[in-house]
Design a protein around this ligand. Structure first.
Ligand code: GEK
Length: 247
């Protein structure tokens, strides 16, 4: 699995930075990404495994399966190892050239047979067609909020009947006590995984205005208004959740 590959330990925010710049998916992040996401996103490995299981059930013959915001291809590889339907192509898209070129090397070392097409693009600019599975694993949260409705509608349009959208996101909560509790529990999760208070607070500053979380009810409303028949949370660990929406 990708998370067990040679990944440097994430110490990007371990020294005092003074002014913290906005977070970017550059080469320094690529080098530590598997360690970073594993120690920062509760349930990440469980979600990656389930993406494979869900894809094996929902991938249709002669269709495309999309991994939008693929980073180093963890979800792509999970799908690739579980899809058995003929003539499926996995289309993995990211707009970080650093991520995509490392992803290309990782995919090249993998021997599963379903073809993978890597696309360097903003995920909003690609054509989505003949889709049976679309994965947005912690990516929608980086798209400007006012552009999310049109983007989800575009995904819905590109999905075939019976198609599946897997949407994993950091969540926010309308209830103030829940918001505080879940945020504190996420920080406790990160501390238990070896991050210091300074690393946690500097990373939070870097992600402010870059990662914009919404509530589950905002996501559900958008998914239903875009045309999906239904949308539910299938996994949640503190303020990180993965949803499935069916066409
Ligand atoms: C995983 N899904 O390991 N267009 C294309 N890519 C984008 C855009 C955009 N507009 N915005 C952000 N990205 C992965 C993890 S990480 C989540 C996803 C995180 C890309 C960005 O370059 C990065 O690679 C990815 O989305 C987000 O299952 O780091 O919290």
């Amino acid at each position: 699995m990708l998370t067990k590959m040679n990944s440097q330990k994430d110490t990007l925010f371990a020294s005092p930075l003074g002014e913290v710049d906005g977070f970017q998916f550059d080469n320094s992040v690529v080098d530590v990404f598997p360690d970073m996401i594993q120690r920062s996103v509760p349930g990440y490995s469980a979600i990656i495994s389930a993406i494979g299981l869900l894809s094996s059930r929902f991938a249709q013959a002669d269709s495309n399966c999309y991994d939008l915001g693929c980073s180093l291809g963890a979800a792509t590889l999970s799908m690739r190892h579980k899809i058995t339907q003929p003539n499926c192509t996995i289309i993995a898209v990211d707009n970080s050239s650093a991520m995509l070129s490392r992803c290309e090397k990782i995919i090249a070392r993998d021997t599963a047979s379903t073809p993978v097409k890597l696309v360097y693009s903003d995920i909003q600019d690609i054509i989505i067609e003949k889709a049976s599975v679309v994965v947005l694993n912690f990516t929608l949260q980086f798209i400007p909020v006012n552009e999310r409705d049109a983007f989800i509608k575009k995904i819905y349009t590109g999905l075939r009947p019976g198609g599946l959208l897997i949407l994993s996101e950091k969540l926010m909560f309308n209830d103030t006590r829940q918001q505080i509790l879940q945020t504190e529990m996420h920080h406790a999760f990160k501390k238990a995984n070896g991050y210091s208070d300074m690393e946690i607070s500097q990373k939070r500053a870097a992600l402010e205005n870059v990662l914009i979380p919404e509530s589950f009810s905002q996501h559900k409303t958008r998914l239903l208004q875009s045309g999906f028949d239904n949308a539910e949370v299938w996994f949640q660990y503190f303020n990180f959740a993965s949803m499935i929406a069916l066409k």
